[in-house]
Design a binder for this molecule. Sequence first.
Ligand code: N01
Length: 536
Amino acid sequence: MTKDVDVVVIGAGFAGLRALHTLREQGKSVAVLEAGGGVGGVWYWNRYPGARCDVESYDYSYAFSEELEQEWRWTERYAAQPEILRYAEHVADRFDLLRDVHLHRWMSDATWDDAAGRWTVEVTVGEDGGSETWTGAHLIMAVGNLSTTKAPQWPGQDSFTGRILHSARWPHSGVDLSGQRVGIIGTGSSGMQMVPVVAKEADHLSVFQRTPNFSIAAANEPLTDERDAEVKAHYRERREAALNSPSGLGFKPSKQSALEATPDERRETYEKAWTRLGFGFVLAYYDLILDEKANETASEFIRDKIAEKVDDPATREKLTPRGFPFGAKRPSVDSGYFEAFNRDDVTLVDVKSDPIEALTPNGVRLASGTEHELDTLVFATGFDAMTGSLLRPEITGRDGLTLRRAWSEGPKTFLGPFVHGFPNFYIVAGPGSPSLLSNVLLSIEQHVDWLAALLAHAESRGATRIEATAEAQAQWVEHVNERARATLYPRATSYYNGDEVEGKPRVFMPYVGGVRGYRRILEKVRDDGYEGLTLD
Ligand code: N01
């Protein structure tokens, strides 16, 4: 039986929950279809040891309800995964969202019916492959940028007699790693967070590193009642500051060039940023991500920090990032990652110089023939970022155009949410918008509010179809590329550029114009009567 609603939302992470709440308040019927067994999105799936947010808890939380802001009590400056998941569950419960969230439903395809002016969404239900059909006048993709996992397949993988886990599909029951020889492949944010925690538990840990990356010390701490009261007394100002900052973290970069400061001034600025900014460290000076020489001053500062933490010179050298600008590849925020390599029971394996050749029944064999024996092997190998979850299902818009074909040269959007040829189809905080370069929770709320206002406006005019024009989309794509080209971002091999998946078009995907600049663009488009969109 087909189920009909006004709006179908895919994904019950922070974006999907917020869309449900806001559109329901507008009087729309909404169905949220979620592949997982609970709400929370990335925080539902990523349960690996040490998983925690690298945006401060007070900022990585919804701003739409002052009551919610005041009543929720975060316990740490950077919340750990279980606490964030509890928060998502609390929100779902508090705003009575669950009655419209349909779990264990994976969207296999969606097709626009031009005559009816509706989307038909086909869904696989549960593990046993049942199916359902939903239709909606609008389709919102709230699927997240880091949700389709990427796991390499090595020769001999099936012969490995130990256990293979992925950081983003960690068993809900937890995993006892005590007494085990554990291997972790990948040293992005997930790997770096996991290493110090697993090192304490396992008998021995081997870390397979391909590219050493920059990381900022987390400076995590418990939140005292005084601190909590202080933040809550000024929450509106904090939110305002976030909206008016480039990253949505409330921090504005110094207007001075890093190169104009004296070495002592720079050091002082960097020391302060080190304990305050997390991955916003890249904004310590405005030109760190614009100018190679300026960037090198920050890169060198971080390399010195790493050097202070690692005892063995050979290991230290292997852990030191070089050859790409700091920040151009997403830096991590870690708690004791580098120090973990001072332990006798942790080994760093450089798989750039000696690549993994195969898995064997006992572990991992490198090209040199060296074998690392393991009981558990963890893939912290990341995601098919930004486009993975949008292109895995088959999405067909007007005149049979599929999203895969429309994006065969990389994602093309108008402002991020809109794709020409796909009426009434919206992507929340995805490619073409600040998304992964911002505090994504803020970007999610910005998109949902703006889209909700657009839908209300269209309705008030009796319009039932909303679509970006080809011209507006082409101009936005050019603008996104032009802004990216003016920065150092394209100079690293990174998932921002689509480098993480072989054969993926090399296009810089997020919008580097910043949260504040982007918000102004959205406001102007709205004030100009939604120029760039056709409302019929
Ligand atoms: O994934 P990644 P992630 N052989 O893509 C390596 C967010 N996040 O899950 O760099 C060997 O960053 C790969 O090597 P290389 C955050 O936005 C946030 O760690 O490509 N190695 C890399 O080291 C983050 O950026 C939080 O050479 C292979 C690693 O695997 C994003 O999620 C916590 C390989 C993948 O790193 C993704 O992080 C966690 C191969 N075949 C995640 N394939 C916080 O809030 C891949 N690698 C703190």
